[in-house]
Structures are given as structure tokens and as C-alpha cells.
Write a protein that binds this ligand. Sequence first.
Ligand code: HEM
Length: 568
Amino acid sequence: MAGYINSDHLRLFILSLSILITLSAFFYLLGRRHSAIKTPHPPSSSLFRNLTGFLLNRLRHRCHDWPPDTLTTNPSLTLQATGFLGFSHRIRTADPANLDHILLTNFPNYIKNTCYTTAMQELLGTGVLSSNSNLWSSHRRIATHELISKSFITFVSHTIQSQILKSLIPHLLKAGNNAVDLHQVLKRFTFDNMCNIVFGFNPCLLTSNSVGSKYHSFVQAFDTAVELISNRFMSPLPVVWRLKRYFNIGNERKFKQAIETVNRFVMDIIESKELQFNGHSCITNDDLLSRYIVSSSGLGFEGEERRNYLRDVIINFIFAGKDLTSTALTWFFWILDGHPHCKHKIRKEIAMLMNQSDHIDHQPNLTFDELKSLHYLHAALSESMRLFPPIPMISRFTLDDDMLPDGTYVERGWFVDCSVYAMGRMKRIWGSDCDEFRPERWLDGNGVYKSFDPFKYPVFSGGYRMCLGKEMAYLQMKSVVVAVMHRFEIEVVGGGGSPEKMVDPPVSMSTVLSMKNGLRVRLKKRQQDDIDAPRVKDKGVMIAFFGVFLVWLSFYKHKQYKLIGVTN
Ligand code: HEM
């Protein structure tokens, strides 16, 4: 009996294997035909090369280096890759002209990747980040209107500054000589900050011991959901997580629980906010939820439907703003530790600003315009994100056959990946010093910040779906850097991102380019003398000049008198 079952299994196995090989050969040949006939530039990598390349790099935690490595050795800046069994085709490009085409010129043909939207569905619903076509354009129109209003920018600026003074600085001061994980601190700070901006209240995750509170459960559930979504993306075969979701097992079970916690928390907040507004249409709160409650009253849906809409809006904003600025800042502080001359220049710029304005009380509470004047800092932050873009890849799905500007043929149903990480590290785009951290490349001859084309620097994406929070992100990052660098000397435990260390950076594998094992730093409070040093130094130089001038003048006069004396 046992032998009979075994031979049956064997037959089934052989049959499956032959189907697999036949399908594989069929799709491989199909892929070759396409590349030979219609795709002059990018060579199509075989199934074997793709899968092994992916797995090897995954094992070595070098997933993000894989695209630049392969693209650098390619004659064009575009590659074609065939997915498992040839079922999917991918174009991976780092060509600015292609990005312009995909994100702007032929925008309607390249929608948000269906794999992305499906993997994100439970968390993001149908919000701005995961929707397409009409739904997206309606979200985008409303969001743009809300985010660019002057009252909102003032509210955001005030919220950031007050949270820095009330929670970030006291928290860092408390650390004393102990090493702290700056990434965790910044993560909690930006989460508090986003909740404040989006909901209008501060969960105080940074300062209070909130373990066990509903806020803490919410944050944990949110983080778990995001992490498990990353795992979905990293899975070489999407069918694996889909099956787990279907059977509600393993990580997918955890994911479901996390989503339930997030939804319960957000819905409670929406309901209590709605109660506040009931019968009080004159309430003028500046947070985003309040603004959306007011603006959505004319959209024609009520009750549960409206609450679901608000839930999607809120979650999308928190998701978009929660981790990216803290991640960008973590890399920035790491690099700065290995580039003392840049650190010095930033300090000098901050000190000059403090000197010019009335911030001599050392409680910098800078305005939006004052922060804008920090050109070198802006350049250094942009440069750091060029090398470590918080979102390393922008993916799209092709609706119709098309030809990219570099001659690459893209067929309907193919995926197109724009490798932001690769683009920041390509000699052909940034020149031979592309691996160096050099903020000066962002400054013109007068030291004024000059931006680059978004398709050459797609860190905030470009075209119609460009990031809506770019200004807010710079505001947040600059405010934090000024407050922290003005008060503390930061020393990275084990050394920061020196040019040597930047060759093999501690990148962790996830959809956001975060730092492996966080960033442990020691903070030393700066002495008043250190803070005043640049000012004193500048004054010292002026006094010295004046002194030399006086000596020269008296010497010159003395000589003249002598001459006069001689001629007389
Ligand atoms: C350093 C910080 C940030 C970076 C690097 C960044 C980057 C990006 C990128 C690359 C995209 C395009 C994603 C895609 O199309 O696949 C995007 C979209 C978006 N970002 Fe940001 N972002 C940052 C901070 C923020 C903040 C603070 C907010 C505020 C809420 C925000 C709101 C959004 C929104 C709403 C979108 C969707 C735009 C659309 O699809 O129309 N971002 N961001």
C-alpha cells in the first residue's frame, strides 16, 4: 500500500516538474523574443539569475545595492528582468528621461503598482497613497488645498517647535552620559508630531512611560503592520503571503490583529472628534482631521461611509509622515559624525542665524522664513537623502504598451521600478564624486541652495504624484537639527559615516531605507562658550584686523613725519 502511494506521489512530482520546466522554457523564450525584437537596450535577465541574484543579496542584506550594482555594469541605465516562471516582467530604470516620461509625460499609462496597492490595502484602504485615477485625483486636490494653506503651515511650524522644546530636548537632556538610540528617539518624536498634526493631540510617546496605554498599543500595532507589509514585499513569491492570509496563519494572523487595533483606535478618535463638531460648526481646529471633517461635509456621504473615508485619509497621512523624516535624520546624523568639516559649517550657519535674530536666550524657536535661510543645512540634508533616500524605489504598473525615451519597450501589464537608491549613486548622473558626501554640489557661487530636477533627484518623487509633505519634511528636519546641534555635541558610538564606512553602510532590509540596529549616540551638552565660540571668534578676528590696521597706520604716519623732518 505504502509503495503504491509513493509511486503515485512520484508520478505527480514528475508531472509537476515537467509542467514547471515547460512553462519556464515557454515564458523564457517569450521573454527573449520580446527583448530581441522590441527591447534594443536592456538585456533580459533569466529567471535563474533574477531569483538567485535576489536571494543572494537578500541573504547578504544588500537588496538595495543590487539595482545599482546591476545597473552600473549595464550600458544603458535600464534593465529588464523576468519574474518567477516568466509570469511577470519588470523594467528597472535609473534614467532621468525615463522617469520624466513615467511620472509626468505619459503619467496616465503608469499607475500605482497593483502588487503595492494589494499588499497595502488593509492598512491604507483607498487613500491618496494607494489609489489611482479619479479617486486619487480627488484625494490629491483636497489634500493639496489643505496642506498648502498658510494657516496649516503656521500650525505645523508651531507644533514642531513647541514639541521640540517641551519633549525632545528635555528627553535628550535626561539621557546624561548614557548612550541613546537616536533613531528610536526621533521615530517616537515624529510619531508624536504627526499625531499632533493629524489628530490634534500629542500621545507623548517620547516623554511618558506609555507602555500599556491605548496610544502605545496603537503605535505598536501600526509599526507591526508596516513591518509585516515590508515582509510581504520582500517575499520572493507573493503567493506565499496571500496563502498565509487566506488561511489566517503566521505573520498574516499577526497582521490582521494589528490592523484591527489600528482601526479601533482611529475610529474612536474620529467619533469623538465628530461629537465635538456636532452642532458646533464654528469650531476652528487646525489639525488635519478637523479640517477634513469640515471639508468632507459637502462630499455627499454620511455615517459609516464618511468615517471610513476619514480613516483612510488619516492613516495615509500618518503612514506618509511617520517614519521618513526620522529615517532621513538618522542617516544625516550618522554621516555628519564622519564629516567634521560639514558639521562645523552647519554649526557656523546656525550660530550666525542666532546672532542675527533675537535667539540669544538659546531657546531657538525659529520661524519658517528663518529656517529657509539655512542654505548649507538644506544642502546637507538633500545630499544625505541623495545617498540614503528614505524611499529607495518608486514602482508603477503599465496599462498599455509603450516605448520609454531610451528606446526600451514596455508591454501592458509590466512593472516599472524607478530605482531612487541607484540614481543617487551613479557616476553617469552625479559625476565621478557621486559616492562622496558633498553638500557643496547643492550650492551656487553665492552659497545659495540650488535644487536639481526631480527626475534626476526623485527622493520626493516627481510629476503629478510628487510628495505632498516635502515642505513639511524639511521644516521638521531643519527644526530638529538646529535645536539638537545648537545644544549638544553628538558622538556616534563606534564612529559615524566616514567616507570609508560609507562604502558598506548599515542598511536594513525594508521598504523604507532604515539603519540596521539603530543609531547609538552619546550627547554632551555644549557649554555656553562653545555655543558663543563662532560669534566670539568672528568678533576676535575683527578686533585683530582693527589692531593690525592701527599698528600699520601709526607706523606709516611715523615714517611720513620722519620723511617730512628730513626734507625740512
Ligand atoms: C523625508 C521625508 C519624506 C520623503 C523622502 C518622502 C518621499 C515621498 C515619495 C518618494 C513619494 C512618492 C511615492 C510614490 O509615488 O510611490 C511621496 C508621496 C507622498 N508623500 Fe512624502 N515623503 C516624505 C515626507 C512626507 C511627509 C512628512 C508627509 C506629510 C504628510 C508626506 C506626504 C506624502 C503624500 C500624501 C504622498 C502621496 C502623493 C500622491 O500619491 O499624490 N510625505 N513621498
